[in-house]
Design a protein around this ligand. Structure first.
Ligand SMILES: NC(=O)c1ccc[n+]([C@@H]2O[C@H](COP(=O)([O-])OP(=O)(O)OC[C@H]3O[C@@H](n4cnc5c(N)ncnc54)[C@H](O)[C@@H]3O)[C@@H](O)[C@H]2O)c1
Ligand SMILES: [Zn+2]
Length: 370
């Protein structure tokens, strides 16, 4: 006789949240949290660079509003995006008596957002967090969608979770202090949104290259708002990346391999730029995309100051491609454009398998064209 007890657990959760965008928003975050609280106390997690530029300023604003808050930091850079940093952060959170009624604020770029968000997802089995992105990449991409992760020596983002933030505050004026190379690198993700989903955005970028490079306020607001809308809509449609969300990884399969080969010396957006040229070329060679549109994409990337080529050996790159999470059953998978503003799909599926020998011959031809 076997007795079966069924534990019924079908979950319906509402994880909706607001993304607030505005110049000068930063200093009013504590006042807004006073009106619309997320926790009883706030732990600001930031990195060693941002602590002095914005961390203390935010802490000060919290104290002006008489809200309990503390500031915790870790060394800036991708090298900190690991499990030891998570342990360090948990210790600091415990010292500051952060509890389940508190909320974390991640103040920084994608590294702070990813490590801080992951820490929030496991601290005391999970507490709420708020994203305050400070790089262009984080403002248009990583702060939205709830993907959190840390790296392993074996590869990037191999430990992680889905943990949606409770709110996202985007203040483009914070980008004024961002190093130029970091800013330009973030533009690669904006071009990506244009290619995968929004032809109007792509054409806007083509028409406004100089304004964008000069951080013109109106142009900046436009590209951030558009990017956030596209990311938000794709995440709403497919939060767990069963299919559609994978188009956000356009150019990223080769980009991750390039980052790996460069030992993470090149910036993520730079690798994405090179990766979009490679993925786009695969789409052209497969007959999915017109070559003149591929050239148009590359021209825009170049005009925005992004690299299109990097030195690598084709066999090394192919080997590195297999470390990607997109590899399925040993087959290389790519998301590929059909036209600027739309991705190619087969039977509604966006991840397209491409045989290794095809990838090799396309890459050799592309390298030959250098
Ligand atoms: N979770 C996601 O959905 C997602 C998406 C894309 C990328 N990512 C991750 O994001 C990370 C990269 O993020 P990133 O490009 O923002 O890099 P980053 O967080 O390392 O920031 C880059 C550098 O700029 C400094 N900085 C940040 N904002 C500044 C400002 N306003 N003024 C002056 N200096 C500033 C930082 O201290 C750091 O040294 C990668 O680890 C990547 O995997 C995550
Ligand atoms: Zn990216």
């Amino acid at each position: 006789m076997v007795e079966v007890l069924r534990l019924n657990l079908s979950r319906v959760v509402d994880e909706s949240y607001n993304i607030l965008i505005g110049f000068g928003l930063f200093d009013s975050i504590p006042a807004d949290l006073k009106a619309n609280p997320v926790g009883e106390k706030y732990a600001i997690i930031t990195d060693s660079v941002l602590k002095d530029i914005y961390g203390r300023r935010l802490l000060e604003k919290f104290s002006e509003e008489n809200i309990d808050a503390c500031l915790i930091d870790f060394p800036a850079g991708e090298e900190s995006k690991n499990i030891s940093t998570v342990t360090h952060l948990v210790r600091r959170l415990l010292e500051h008596r952060v509890d389940r009624k508190s909320a974390i604020i991640t103040l920084g770029g994608g590294v702070v957002g990813d490590v801080g968000g992951f820490t929030a997802s496991i601290y005391m089995r999970g507490i709420p967090y708020i994203q305050v992105p400070t790089t262009l990449l984080a403002q248009v991409d990583s702060s939205i969608g709830g993907k959190t992760a840390v790296d392993m020596e074996e590869g990037k983002n191999l430990i992680g979770s889905f943990h949606q933030p409770k709110r996202v505050y985007i203040d483009p004026s914070l980008l004024k202090t961002l190093p130029r190379r970091e800013y330009l690198s973030g533009l690669a993700e904006v071009v990506k949104y244009g290619v995968i989903q929004d032809r109007d955005l792509f054409e806007y970028l083509e028409r406004n290259v100089e304004k964008i490079k000069n951080l013109d306020e109106e142009a900046l607001l436009h590209i951030i708002r558009k990017s956030c809308m596209i990311k938000k809509e794709i995440v709403e449609e497919d939060p767990l990346e069963k299919n559609k969300r994978s188009i956000l990884n356009y150019g990223h399969t080769p980009a991750h391999a390039i980052e790996r080969l460069s030992c993470y010396k090149c910036l993520h957006g730079e690798a994405v730029s090179v990766g979009m040229r490679i993925s786009g070329w695969i789409a052209v060679k497969k007959g999915f995309w017109r070559i003149d549109e591929w050239e148009r994409q590359n021209k825009l990337l170049r005009s925005l100051g992004l690299p299109l080529k990097m030195d690598f050996n084709v066999d090394d790159l192919i080997e590195a491609l297999y470390y990607d999470k997109k590899v399925e059953g040993g087959t290389l998978m790519f998301v590929l454009p059909k036209r600027i503003g739309e991705m190619f799909s087969i039977n509604g599926r966006y991840k397209i398998p491409i045989r290794e020998d095809e990838v090799r011959s396309f890459l050799l031809e592309l390298n030959g064209n250098n």
